[in-house]
Design a protein. Structure first.
Length: 187
């Protein structure tokens, strides 16, 4: 909710542009994804693939969905509309998933770093994985990807708890605290 008389849509009063805010959200997304993957990498092979219910039945499947969605959206921003993730992707164990994720994360960070303020309102046409046509401004799609990943990371954390494994926090405020602790104070 916006404070009375204050328009928060353009980050007024923070000294932060929409572009800076989105770049910060992608830093957070990468940080949170890494934390969850590191926790999941400590699972046994049986835990990695144990069916627990939810949107996707296993930790492996849920993480693979996050990865695939981030890759698909990046492909859309680059002008193609894949109908699914590449058939050659092998995410059968945490190490293989991590190798693929490292590539996608690097490509995603490069794309976001190359976006200019004028690009944010550019409307892009794309097709869903079912072939349905849509158009959306880039800034909405960029926010959607971080939100989508956050939703499914929460599911993975819940699954980790069900498995008796360490359930890491991916709260945005924790990201800010950790970043502040590693950033030298100005002065």
């Amino acid at each position: 909710m916006a404070l009375q008389g204050e328009d928060l849509t353009d980050c007024k009063g923070t000294g932060m542009s929409r572009l800076s805010e989105l770049q910060e959200l992608y830093d957070y997304d990468a940080w949170a994804n890494r934390r969850v993957r590191e926790a999941a990498a400590r699972l046994t092979p049986e835990q990695w693939t144990r069916e627990l219910g939810g949107s996707f039945p296993t930790v492996r499947d849920t993480l693979a969905h996050i990865l695939a969605a981030e890759w698909i959206w990046l492909a859309r921003w680059r002008g193609t509309s894949p109908t699914g993730w590449p058939a050659e992707w092998d995410v059968s164990d945490p190490a293989k998933l991590e190798a693929r994720w490292t590539e996608v994360e690097r490509d995603l960070a490069g794309f976001v770093a190359g976006v200019g303020e004028d690009d944010l309102d550019r409307v892009l046409a794309y097709r869903s994985t079912k072939g349905e046509p849509f158009v959306s401004p880039l800034h909405q799609m960029l926010r959607h990807v971080v939100n989508h990943s956050t939703y499914h990371r929460g599911q993975v954390v819940h699954m980790l708890r069900q498995l008796g494994a360490e359930a890491v926090s991916t709260d945005l405020i924790l990201f800010y605290r950790e970043r502040a602790a590693t950033t030298p104070a100005a002065g």
